[in-house]
Design a protein around this ligand. Sequence first.
Ligand SMILES: Cc1ncc(COP(=O)(O)O)c(C=O)c1O
Length: 406
Amino acid sequence: MSFNTINYELSASSLSAMNLELSAGQFFKKLAWYPPAETKIPLRAILSALLSKSSNFEKTLCIYLKVEKCVLGNSGRSLLSSLLEILKQRDNDERNEVLIPGYTCYSVAASVARAGLKIRTYDLDPLSLEPDLDSVTQAAGEETLAIIIQHLFGIPTPVNRIQEIGKDVGAYLIEDAAQALGGTMNGRPLGTAADFGFYSFGRGKPLPLGGGGAMVGKDLDTLSNLRRVGDGKGYVQLSSTLITPFMSLPFCYWIPEMLPLGLGETIFDPNFNVSGMPLVMQNLAENTIASLDDLNLHRRRVAGIYNETFDDDFIFLVPDDASPIYTRFPAKASTGTIPKDLKRLGVRRMYPKAIPDVDTIKPYLADPQSNTPGALEIARNLITLPTHMGITENLAKEIAHKVKVG
Ligand SMILES: Cc1ncc(COP(=O)(O)O)c(C=O)c1O
């Protein structure tokens, strides 16, 4: 055997190995389903959460948010509905409406309904997702107990103007920071500027534990009244937290997507459980909050790639002095279903309808004839691109390119 032959044989085998690798890579790429959001919790954090007998999470969160006090609950919606009930009682049941954005998570509407209050919607600017101030002014009145503003996708909404409208009518202002833990506006943590603010630790949220929530506020007595004992040991919540990371792997995500689990579906259900945050979930939060800033940094980097790729009329404006999180990256697309190849890359719509158009919510509306055209436009056009840790720089570029070309 001559040298040449050996060389030839070597390069032939390495070539075929390379081909094999390439085709295996392409094969796996074809199989991959990227989730729109991801939960990655180290096993170490889960084991140590199971072993701890007490938790410091409330204190740690207060320090993180630079607030004096916070209260934990089994979800953001449970804390919001309990808060609304307390405010309603304090007001002797005189004001019976809560203003919410026309485009928001249906569990916000469910919290208002569960508290026995009527939902009134205000419109949003379809260019920025911010409240339409004229619409808020029109909707607010002597029936308004509270106004809820939101930082959807962790993109800050300025609070001041709505705060003034709230003051004029004597309504409380509540910040829905469910998707915004770690974001800031003028250097101030989102959720801490209004009378009250709440956070969620559910799936797809900034700290995605799979359950839990927190409330902060200026009225410390009211916060104390929100404190609830955890319902059970929290092992059910924890087991879903354990399963989700595996199910979120690109080669497994098609399984829950195909099953009729309603994954990622938003439903309106006012019959949710109200209780405290189980100790094991508090410990899990305590063990993982140190990674929150890194998670948010990654989300911002991926969002930066999307921002660079798209023209201005495709993206939502972000206020000056805002530091958004981008739990997902929202973009304006045309109506219609998202093609399968984009779905596989984690591109999704968010809430399918504006609040006034959801049939199950209609009986709870203060004004069933109300319409919110901006919110309707957002519901029709908005798509979200994934920003989680599973999205590398190259993948983000590929997603952005595919979305751009349609
Ligand atoms: C914008 C918004 N508000 C409120 C909530 C309610 O939070 P939770 O799921 O913890 O009840 C969610 C999440 O579902 C949300 O996305």
